[in-house]
Design a protein around this ligand. Structure first.
Ligand code: SAM
Length: 225
């Protein structure tokens, strides 16, 4: 992904935002949070957008931190948290260079964000996520799958493994996506993580003029102690 943030800035500037948390992020937190008080648990979301997931975490009493390279998104996070008297720390920046110290977080969330970057950038982000997680900390990665209708509707570049000009399926209009297959999932994970879960979720729309497939992986990893 280029360092350019015009695409996502224009999305947020046009008023689009996710207000409520994603169901699988809620499940991940429920199933994989550490067995300590919420007020002692640090959660980072990479590509946090307008903080729909962190809003839920903050309301549950967790310490929340958000990183997004869209300044409009970060501004919206701050405004919402201020209006609802919630506490959170939001920074504008790139998830390949996470601006927090080593071993800071118990949980790191990715909801549809890393998949917006090139395969090399995702690999770099994985190294930095490993660095900022505490030993025993967990990370959820949620890239789209190659079987997604949008994957075959755009232009694929071998060099970056990104598809752009997506003109069909649920990701139509999104600037660029790196779609994964199982081999690439294992390639990006490498050998330093404990793998806690890998799921492929596929949803098929069946009605005549809506026929399409939405497919994404949910990968849960742990930094070994
Ligand atoms: C599909 S949105 C997801 C937003 C949020 N996670 C949610 O669930 O609503 C992808 C987000 O990733 C951010 N993003 C994309 N590439 C990024 C990068 N290299 N560094 C930081 N943020 C990035 C975009 O600005 C955008 O907010």
């Amino acid at each position: 992904m280029t360092a350019d943030n015009r695409f996502w800035n224009s999305v947020y500037q046009s008023g689009q935002e996710n207000r409520y948390p994603w169901d699988y992020i809620v499940s991940f937190i429920y199933n994989f949070k550490p067995n300590i008080e919420a007020s002692k648990t640090n959660i980072l979301e990479l590509g946090c957008g307008t903080a729909c997931n962190l809003w839920f975490c903050a309301r549950e009493g967790f310490n929340v931190y958000g990183l997004d390279y869209s300044s409009h998104a970060i501004q919206k996070c701050e405004e919402r948290f201020q209006a609802e008297k919630l506490t959170g720390e939001f920074r504008c920046g790139d998830f390949t260079k996470i601006p927090w110290a080593d071993s800071t977080f118990h949980l790191v969330l990715d909801r549809g964000s890393l998949t917006c970057a090139s395969f090399t950038e995702i690999t770099n982000a994985f190294d930095d996520i490993f660095r900022v997680l505490k030993p025993g900390g967990r990370f959820i990665f949620s890239p789209y799958a190659r079987t997604h209708t949008s994957a075959s509707s755009g232009v694929y570049k071998q060099e970056t493994r990104l598809v752009s000009n997506i003109d069909a399926g649920s990701l139509q209009g999104i600037e660029q996506i790196c779609f994964f297959d199982e081999k690439q999932i294992y390639e990006v994970i490498g050998n330093k993580w404990n793998i806690l879960d890998i799921e492929l979720l596929t949803k098929e729309k069946l009605h005549e003029n809506m026929k399409s497939i939405h497919a994404e992986y949910h990968v849960v990893l742990e930094k070994p102690y």
